[in-house]
Ligand binder design. Structure first.
Ligand code: ATP
Ligand code: MG
Length: 248
């Protein structure tokens, strides 16, 4: 049986700028089931960030319905949406968004601070396990400025995982990384996918769609393509095939 994690029904988002109305989303409908790894692609201005903000409960659509893990989001007040976001969604951004001069463990503990049912020692334990899961068990006490870009992104992924969210939303998560490190991070996303995680990955880079299980393409606020990938490439294999010591 497939569990629906995301259900969008005719989502529209208009922005009023002076006398103009910008139709950023013009009626977007799709369902994402548990365990899917979906890439969302489209040219600049096609509505990707607007869609991701909607999915992440950071923005409210002008019309349409959004169900997150079965919960109707549109009619919720701001505080409830914030709680829902904290419990159900893990975010991974292009620029990592870690707290500066703060250790990996402390950064990963952060989402659990808003959860009164989690004790301090449990919080630490879960943060450590989450960092171990992304291969950073040996960097627990490193501060943000003492890590490479790839390591910082791993910390961000550990932070996204620590609440055991229903869905992970990534916005250009490999955008700041060199080719080899991008593949490292893609390997990690594929591992999470193999473990049954639901992932939505917004990107400009068409190559990344070859590693996801489904690709949705946006244009002008519409979905123009929604395809299942029957031939998912292995990021680990592509990484192994990269020339060594390349400068990119
Ligand atoms: N807060 C806003 N106010 C007014 N217009 C906006 C706002 N946010 C987005 N838009 C407009 O909505 C459209 C979609 O923007 P969006 O940021 O979703 O595109 P995108 O696909 O993420 O582009 P990019 O690849 O450049 O990040 C654009 O025409 C943009 O100008
Ligand atoms: Mg954008």
């Amino acid at each position: 049986m497939c569990k629906k994690v995301i259900e969008l029904q005719q989502i529209k988002r208009d922005f009023h700028v002076g006398d103009e109305i910008v139709h950023a989303l013009r009626g977007v409908s799709f369902t994402i089931n548990e365990g899917e790894f979906v890439t969302i692609m489209g040219t600049s201005g096609s509505g990707k960030s607007t869609l991701l903000n909607t999915l992440g409960c950071l923005d409210t659509p002008t019309s349409g319905e959004y169900f997150l893990d079965g919960i109707a989001v549109r009619t919720m007040g701001k505080p409830q949406r914030a709680t829902l976001r904290n419990r159900k969604i893990g975010f991974v951004f292009q620029s990592y968004n870690l707290l500066p001069k703060t250790t990996a463990v402390e950064n990963v503990e952060l989402p659990l601070m808003y959860n009164a049912t989690v004790t301090a020692s449990e919080r630490r334990q879960r943060a450590i396990e989450s960092l171990q899961a992304v291969g950073l068990g040996d960097r627990l006490e490193h501060k943000s400025n003492q890590m490479s870009g790839g390591q910082m992104q791993r910390v961000a992924i550990a932070r996204a995982l620590v609440n055991n969210p229903a869905v992970i939303l990534a916005d250009e998560a490999t955008g700041n990384l060199d080719t080899r490190t991008s593949f490292d991070i893609l390997v990690l996303f594929q591992k999470l996918h193999a473990e049954g995680r639901t992932i939505i990955f917004v990107t400009h880079n068409p190559e990344i769609a070859q590693y996801s299980s489904r690709n949705i393409r946006l244009r002008d606020g519409y979905v123009t393509e929604d395809t299942i990938n029957a031939n998912i490439l292995s990021a680990a294999k592509s990484l192994a095939a990269l020339p060594k010591n390349d400068e990119d």
